[in-house]
Design a protein around this ligand. Sequence first.
Ligand SMILES: Cc1ncc(COP(=O)(O)O)c(C=O)c1O
Length: 1002
Amino acid sequence: MTHDREHSRALELLELHQREEAPAPDAPIRRETARVRIPEGGALPRSEALLERLYHGELVPREKKALVIDTRRCSGPYLVSIDDAPMVLLDACSQIATLTHGFAHPGVLRGLHQGRFDRSLWANPDSTVGEQPELEAYAALVKSKAPAGLDHVTFVGAGGAEANEKALRLARLHAPASAEGGERRRVLAFEGSFHGRTFASLAATSNPAKRKGVDLPGYEAVFCPRDLAALRATLDERADELYAVIIEPMMAEGGDIHLTREFLLGVRELSAAHGLALVVDEVQTGFGTSGQFFWWKHLGLGETPETAPDVLTCAKKAGLGVVLSRWADPEPTPVNVASALRGLIHAEQAEDQAELEGPIRLHLDGLAAAFPALVSNLRVAGSAFAFDLPTAGHREAFINQRFARGMMVYHAGEKTMRFRLAACWEQRHLDDLFARIAEALRRLDDPTAPALVKEGGTRKRARRVEIREVEEGDWAEIMAVEQQAYEAERADSEDFLREAARYGVGLVARDVETDALLGFCFGGPLERYADVPGPDRDEQRGEGLGFYAADLTVAEDARGRGIGRQLKRAQVEWARAAGYDFITGRNKIGATEEMAGLNRSIGAYPAMILDGQYGGDAQAEYYRVPLHAPRLTKKHARGHDLSAGIQAPFGPRPSFMATRELVGPTASRLNMSNWATLDSVHYAEHLRAILPRGTAHLYTTSSRDELVDKSLRCLKMSRPQATLAIGLEGGYLGHNTAAARSLSDPAGFGPRFALFDWPRLPHPEQAGVEATLAALEALIASRGAEAIIGVYVELVGERSGRVLEGAAAQALRKACDAHGLPLVVVETATGGYRSGAGPWGLDALPKAFLPNMVLWYPGGQLGQIFVDSRWWIGAPLQLISTWDGDELSMIRTHEHLRAAHRLDLALAIDALDDLVVEAASWAGEGARIGGRGLYRTLDLGPSDDPDKAARALAVQARCLEQGVRVGVGAPGTLVFVPRLDVEAPSLRGPVRAALKAALTSA
Ligand SMILES: Cc1ncc(COP(=O)(O)O)c(C=O)c1O
């Protein structure tokens, strides 16, 4: 490998240092389950030090991230910083409305520890290939809840903006021909709307400040007041220019404006009358927010196709973009399957949020009665509520206090305070939140109110306690405490406890000074409790891995001093040392809240609810405390996959992933736009160490398409007049957002592929660089250089395999420089060491060649934009989206980079080269090889060959029959993108044989 030793050593050192800091996957869990905490003077030294490492040299925008979060410590509504004395906040917006059940979702924990994430946790499968049980189950569930007639479900990589782009694409694909014979280029949206920050979604967002500098003339949306007469008039006048109508049933960002059933029904009818698709944006309102799965149905709409929308979009709580539609999606995209699974788990219990509405309403009425001059216009549905303050000034005074009052809230519209709770909120959390809101309202005029004052310090110190195994002399006191503690039907007998101690362990806690018995706990192998409710139906009983916690009791006068917690931790440590995999137990629901909280704090999740308990109709929760991280078991991989290397560069189960703690980031997903974590800082530090040549800063996105939109928006901030982005023939930058489609070659996609009328230059490899430059100069002569946002080129075409050689790159660079044009390089097929030249394909080009921006889609729900200092915009807010990447995808990508820099790819690259050269000869005349390194292509014939598209698919199918999966890119083009650690003999042996057979017979 050619990259230099010194660089390798620097990466090794960085890794060593980071691994020392990172939590071990099996380390004990300590979740905050009890209260808000604010450290003395608001000091957060560890958060601050980590943020300083992140921002150093303005690697990323120095934005408002206040805390570094420890996802292992978050639980329910509590968001917890990484500091030794942490800040613990009530997240009253549930991570910008993305969580149905708060942090450490029990269903996600259950899924993680019981194998449901096995296919998607360690690496991301390519979800466009083969069976996808998670996506199929997910689609079936949302369809079963959907308004009538929405029979198709498709998923997109990022979030709401991209879901809306896909919805608009489907709408435009099915729009009627314009009577005027012109193109339909506009969307009708409503005043107050927000649909996201990619180009087409943003165009439909009414707030001009948010759209500043990104409007593209000719494609602006038509904004209509929220009034049916106005809508009727607007449609009569302009329907011919439109291809869709888009609306949120509750306009969230616009100020939690609850639209009426009558109005929405009118919008439905008027759109239909003009033959226009109605897109209902439920990105923020779907997934049980209203108590019903969809807000549209909460309003009593959608029972029949006449009252249903044509397309409905979800994101946020859905984990990724979900689009329900009357039409099938002809252009599916790979997505992050783990995010889809999180969304599916959210969906399974989304309606739990309904139960919050009553208790919230009571509190809200109380608030309005207590502050009649401040609080007005109460709205509540399900887990969402809002109220208005008199002015924007009041709103600011409220927001400025949020950390001091221990709660995360956001405003919406001009003067609305907007809250999004989650199904995990209990009455005590609600009482606490509303007390905090009241305090904030009382202190709106108090200039000292935002100051952070210590709150929720450590508990009263426990007396000095000794915990040891039970001895004969303890029994009399044990039974006295047991009988005092419980009603008769719950007290255990001495025989029962003695047996537990014999086969398992009994631990007692005694006061070191007075020797008083403070408490005890007993338990033993699950198998010995086969007739106890809970263990009796535990599917894992019989494996010898479970420890059943049969009894934990604290003497009445010793309660509230942390004795139970100490006993429980001692029991966990005992069971872990004894080799158990998990502890189970049961808590009577309604009687043992504190015990349930204690168990959750050490990592418990509810495994099942038991009815008819304790000799009556009481319920019990049967909980499980995992003692180990989910296990990465090696499965024998069948066949040879040469198609999934972008999503899974080290195959489906890379053993190095076992070193990483993944439960926190998966079960407590954060908005990376607002928070950092230790892992996100580590990942950024690694990227800093391998920045593509010429670049100095980075942005993060949640998908491939978002790369395009975000990069264009960044460039447009410096070039507000520019309206054209320029790509190359054969190029591919994504096919969901209008911008990505308009930059990509339409070959192989459906009609009306591009929305924006953007030109493509001939590819230098095909036409010669002179032709490329001549086309660029002609364009500049006719439209002006200032009209061009940037020139986008792939180093290796992902669909075409066309290569941008050094001389052509330099010639393009020179031409762009002559006109002050940004040159954007796309590294999806070459980045992450795949080119064989170093971390980036750029490393193979002459050193003098410097791009202005580099876009890299590393798979999963992530994208990286690297920018030079010339075009960097340090203000983040215009460039964010809800997710801004996915922490799990970051962790995987980070490990891929660490592993890849140690690999020597030379043998595999040679073998793949030999393979494609031979394959070209088997394919016959006109076949053309493309690509570089471990990304190669074989174009089966000249571009005017009408049969080659079908032939490529036939070859793909024949290879598959022999256990070899190859990809297909542009029509007629086979793509070979193996894992980076592919072994040369497999390419020279079975893969070669299969390909030869397929090519010589197809
Ligand atoms: C109604 C609505 N649509 C779209 C979006 C954009 O979603 P994302 O940020 O995931 O792209 C949002 C985000 O707040 C939203 O509230």
